[in-house]
Design a protein around this ligand. Structure first.
Ligand SMILES: [Zn+2]
Length: 235
């Protein structure tokens, strides 16, 4: 890593801000419970169908139907269930969703519009759009909205009525985890347009996570207007 070498040299280690974010596990929802129940029932009926069709001494006429019903309801449960809801992270670096070991991250500065659509909170960026099922992630969504309004009010386009069922963000919500998967190398400095080749050359806006070259940091963030200068943070 680029920083290992530097820590060996004389430069006194500047206290790096430990950047953390909140991680939220999906909550079991009514829909997911129903679909798990449906799935289990489907599997059971499917098993009964298989048994009486192929294993039982006298196959029953009903077996093929059992088989069909079982397979269909198992399939429906997998299809309609939100078993696919994944953990969500919210913090200084924006919003990220976890898929297995992969983290898909959308920085605040890259969000163009945040809105709700068919039960999902949608954070739309130029190259990436995140969709978060609201029922399974009420606390995470509440945090995204309250953070988003503080950081980038211009992109928050969420209707008031969809907020009502959300809990108030509490300090002890979620689990604090270190921020990972924030890619800055390969991005361009938002002030100068120059490419950023190394993490160590990057400075971030603490409010919207916009990325600048360390010697090109403007007085105010070009994206969120926050006072920047010396307040820009290292990764
Ligand atoms: Zn900013």
């Amino acid at each position: 890593m680029a920083n290992v070498k530097r820590s060996n040299t004389k430069k006194p280690a500047q206290a790096r801000r430990v950047r953390k974010e909140r991680r939220f596990e999906p909550e079991p929802t009514y829909a997911s419970r129903v679909s798990i129940g449906g799935g289990m029932l489907g599997a059971l009926i499917l098993g009964a169908g298989v048994y009486s069709q192929w294993l039982s001494d006298n196959p029953r006429a009903i077996a093929p139907y059992l088989f069909g019903v079982g397979a269909a309801s198992l399939g429906a449960a997998l299809w309609f269930g939100d078993a696919g809801a994944v953990p969500v992270r919210v913090g200084d670096a924006g919003v990220a969703i976890e898929k297995g070991t992969e983290l898909t991250r959308l920085s605040w500065c890259d969000m163009e519009r945040v809105f709700s659509e068919r039960g999902e909170l949608v954070a739309k960026g130029k190259e990436l759009t995140l969709r978060i099922p609201i029922a399974a992630h009420r606390t995470a969504v509440a945090w995204i909205l309250s953070e988003g309004i503080k950081r980038l009010p211009a992109v928050m386009d969420v209707k008031r009525q969809s907020l009502q069922r959300l809990p108030e963000p509490q300090d002890n919500d979620g689990d604090f985890v270190p921020i990972e998967g924030l890619q800055v190398a390969g991005r361009h400095c938002a002030a100068s347009g120059k490419p950023i080749s190394f993490e160590r050359d990057a400075r971030l806006c603490p409010v919207c996570a916009q990325v600048y070259l360390k010697d090109q940091v403007p007085k105010k963030c070009v994206t969120c207007d926050a006072e920047l200068g010396a307040r820009a943070v290292e990764l």
